[in-house]
Design a protein around this ligand. Structure first.
Ligand SMILES: Cc1ncc(COP(=O)(O)O)c(C=O)c1O
Length: 485
């Protein structure tokens, strides 16, 4: 254990709380107690790192977290200063963390005399990034630069396909990360992945057509398909991923999440991918690859996209910026096989593009200047720590109730229940305590054979720090214990 003379606290390497969170907690505590006066300068990152015996990036992560929470301000060349000490910054955190939901009542922290950060959040909302980690400063700089140097570029719609610069940046991104080779002319910038999926359905299917989709699967998609008069063909999911369509009538389309099945989490096996590609070639069907959160893999190499494998022959590729940045940005993309470009161009004119044009040029700049990847690397590291924290606690304290399969990816885990409790009842009771948990059985459409029904809890971890997760787990355990009595 190494102690710092500056803060007078020690890093506990055996603790469950990640090191950077321990540093954040110590600074928050000293800010709240007045020990650290407003305006005081924090030690330079390099010096503090040496004092504590941690890497400099750990200190930068802690400081940046506190900047995002409103405790610290930072100025180029003059380091970090304390700019808030108590209630103010907590309000900011609450606003950032949970804009849409009221905060649950949480007991005041005896040490800080203010409510802990966790009062603002409702673990375990799935698929939500932590907006406290959003690179506000860098984003503001990028937007300001474009406003000064090239304001007109923010109003160009690329005849419905979106900013050409962003489409070029997307091509570079998917070439490097997903093994997909495409030209900007094949890319449509969309209002998120959901919009991309809707665009595909408008362009490729008509009322009465069959559409194959995974079951369990993404609910808004299931709802949209029925609302459009399309006929869903629900595909069972086994250990290799979704199974091939076998029902009566050939579906025109199959919508799949091969890199990370939603919501179960596994990756589709290479053999199953090949079978799907072959099926699509033989039946002249299209595969739509929904790669909504592929950037979040925590071990090993990224799993190459099916569209790269298929060389965009029968596969359309859907990606999203919602998970890396924010659902609120509402930007995603669709990459088309060359022969479909004309058809989609006509369809886009009929249904009008929904993606906002203003953030597109700044986002292209953000990607090209490397800020996007810096942010991605940073959040991935933090999410990996949170994920580990959650999985370890589930294994340690919840094994009497169920288990998780570790897929080393994504923004949520599924806790499969092995006890007699029903997921929907647990979620309802958890909601009463201010938690936000979704029941796995809610994602299922077609009845399943006896003994194979899905019964589990979807636990998102990205939006919550270790103390917030810990508090949420404590409440969840109470729910399970009470229901088991
Ligand atoms: C499987 C799947 N597809 C698409 C989306 C939607 O992404 P977007 O927010 O970009 O519309 C989600 C969101 O959670 C998802 O889980």
């Amino acid at each position: 254990m190494k102690q710092t003379p500056w803060l007078g606290f020690a890093i506990d390497r055996g603790a469950d709380m990640p090191v950077f969170e321990q540093i954040c907690a110590a600074i928050r505590l000293r800010a709240a107690s007045g020990e650290l006066a407003l305006g005081s300068k924090l030690p330079p990152t390099r010096v503090f790192a040496t004092e504590l015996g941690v890497s400099r990036s750990t200190i930068v992560t802690a400081y940046e977290q506190l900047v995002a929470e409103g405790y610290l301000s930072s100025q180029q060349g003059s380091g970090y200063r304390l700019c808030a000490s108590g209630d103010v910054e907590l309000t900011q955190v609450q606003n950032l963390a949970a804009p849409a939901t009221p905060s649950p009542p949480v007991p005041a922290s005896p040490r800080l005399g203010v409510q802990p950060n966790s009062s603002a959040v409702r673990p375990f909302r799935a698929g939500t990034p932590d907006m406290r980690l959003f690179p506000y400063r860098q984003w503001a700089k990028t937007v300001a630069r474009i406003c000064r140097s090239d304001p007109q570029s923010m109003f160009l719609g690329g005849s419905g396909f979106g900013s050409f610069a962003l489409r070029q940046s997307i091509c570079d991104h998917v070439a490097e990360w997903r093994g997909i080779s495409a030209r900007p002319e094949q890319v449509i910038v969309t209002a998120g992945a959901t919009d991309a999926l809707e665009i595909c359905l408008h362009a490729l299917a008509e009322a009465g057509d069959g559409v194959a989709l995974e079951d369990p699967g993404y609910r808004p998609l299931q709802a949209f398909i029925t609302a459009q008069g399309l006929v869903p063909d629900y595909l069972r999911v086994d250990d290799s991923g979704a199974v091939l369509p076998s029902g009566p009538g050939a579906p025109r389309l199959a919508i799949l999440t091969p890199s990370h099945q939603f919501p179960l989490g596994g990756a589709m096996s290479p053999a199953r991918r090949m079978e799907f590609i072959q099926w699509a070639s033989e039946t002249e069907a299209w595969i739509i690859e929904d790669d909504y959160d592929s950037e979040f893999r925590y071990a090993g190499r990224p799993i190459p996209a099916m569209a790269g494998f298929d060389q965009l022959h029968r596969t359309l590729y859907v990606g999203s910026f919602s998970k890396i940045f924010s659902n609120a940005l509402r930007l995603g993309y669709l990459i088309l096989p060359e022969p479909l470009v004309g058809r989609f161009s006509n369809s886009i004119q009929r249904f009008a593009p929904k993606a906002s044009s203003m953030p597109q040029q700044p986002l292209a700049d953000f990607i090209d200047k490397g800020e996007f990847y810096r942010h991605l690397r940073r959040v991935r590291r933090i999410y990996a720590e949170r994920r580990r924290f959650l999985l370890d606690h589930l294994a340690q304290d919840f094994s009497a109730y169920g288990y998780c399969v570790d897929h080393q990816a994504g923004m949520q885990v599924v806790f499969h229940l092995t006890c007699d409790l029903q997921d929907r009842e647990i979620c309802a009771r958890a909601r009463d305590l201010g938690l936000s948990i979704e029941a796995l059985s809610e994602f299922v459409q077609a009845p399943k054979p006896e003994g194979t029904a899905y019964n589990g809890l979807l636990l998102g971890f990205c939006g919550y720090s270790a103390p917030e997760l810990e508090e949420g787990l404590g409440l969840l355990l109470q729910v399970l214990q009470r229901l088991s009595r």
